[in-house]
Design a protein. Structure first.
Ligand code: G3H
Ligand code: 13P
Ligand code: ZN
Length: 328
């Protein structure tokens, strides 16, 4: 059944678990996530970005979501818009059947320039007012995702010191978080504490200097009833880097967010954990392996099937690690 983010995260808060939000762009990823949720009896969040909507088309996504809930009627699924960049993007997602939207006003509509307080509160509040009329949930974001090591926002092109962000911008301020939730009435709040999107988050295993989990604890103390969201939460497992590189890939050494840090977050109010990169790597590793071991192969099913299975394994592992398993 399709459920809203609010319904799912209220249950998660009551029962002390976290819910991974996995990104999809195609049928294989949707089926892989659902197979994992089904195997461990877990509810799940399937999210699509603006890029995913452009890639797959809203109509395809809508029917794919209908299809997976028909195939697995007993699995609660929240269909969420990842990083909506303006109110219109959120409204068209709702029209396409999403039960939850993110209005990311931490950045302006260009997806790069940090949004100031009035901008962020303004657009977020507007989306909440409209979405709640139709029973749709809203996630907002306060603080800009990016690296505490380099000061680079993760949507920057990475050039020039003028793009550098201060720690004040990269870390969500707990007092501002309280004001933001009160003014916007969001159902869930994404916060910034040193993670960034993609595979290249940290140049070493992160410690408290570059991954500021203490910020989550401070926010949770002040906002015990607000569901917190961690973006950029792929762990970028070494073994997935190794498979990709063994079969012709060229990923540079890198570190992601250790699962034990996410588990610590779940103890302090983190309820939604966004994961895309790990699944991209799981699929790509298998596609590279099959094609390099079988250069004569050209049936897409021969590499997409192992790719789906690798994604299912990753999703299942996270559902178990976040205690989502058994909660369907
Ligand atoms: O925001 C990051 C998610 O991984 C989605 O990525 O915008 O390339 O679809 P995307
Ligand atoms: P990763 O790139 O760490 O998987 O983060 C995904 C994300 O935050 C999507 O919104
Ligand atoms: Zn994100």
């Amino acid at each position: 059944a399709r459920i809203t983010l609010r319904q799912l995260l209220d249950h998660a808060a009551e029962h002390d678990y976290g819910v991974p939000a996995f990104n999809i762009n195609n049928m294989e990823q949707a089926l892989a996530i659902m197979a994992a949720a089904n195997e461990v009896d877990a509810p799940v969040i399937i999210q699509a970005s603006r890029g995913a909507r452009a890639y797959a088309h809203d109509v395809m996504l809508k029917h794919m979501m209908d299809a997976v809930t028909e195939i697995y009627p007993h699995i609660p699924v929240c269909v969420h818009l990842d990083h909506g960049n303006e109110p219109a993007t959120c409204m068209t997602a709702i029209q396409a059947g999403f039960t939850s939207v993110m209005m990311d006003g931490s950045l302006k509509a260009d997806g790069k320039t940090p949004g100031d307080w009035d901008y962020n509160v303004g657009v977020t509040k507007k989306v909440v007012e409209m979405a709640h009329l139709g029973g749709i949930s809203v996630e907002g974001e306060l603080g800009v995702l990016g690296s505490l090591e380099t000061g680079m926002g993760d949507k920057e092109d990475g050039h020039g010191a003028e793009g550098k962000l201060s720690h004040d911008q990269l870390l969500t301020n707990p007092d501002e978080a309280v004001k933001f939730v009160a003014e916007t009435k969001v159902d869930a709040l994404a916060i910034a504490m040193g993670t960034s999107h993609g595979a290249y988050k940290f140049t070493r295993k992160p410690d408290g200097d570059i991954l500021a989990m203490h910020v989550i604890e401070e926010i949770h103390k002040k906002l015990p009833n607000t569901h917190l969201v961690m973006h950029g939460s792929s762990s970028v497992p070494q073994e997935l880097q190794d498979i990709i590189n063994k079969y012709g890939g060229q990923m540079k050494p890198t570190w992601g967010v250790p699962v034990e840090e996410i588990q610590r977050g779940i103890k302090h109010g983190v309820r939604k954990i966004n994961i895309d990169t790990d699944n991209r790597m799981a699929m790509t590793g298998q596609i590279r392996k099959v094609l390099s071991e079988n250069p004569g192969e050209f049936d897409p099913r021969k590499y997409l099937k192992p790719a789906m299975e690798a994604m299912t394994r990753l999703c299942k592992q996270r559902l178990q690690e976040f205690n989502t398993a058994g909660q369907a």
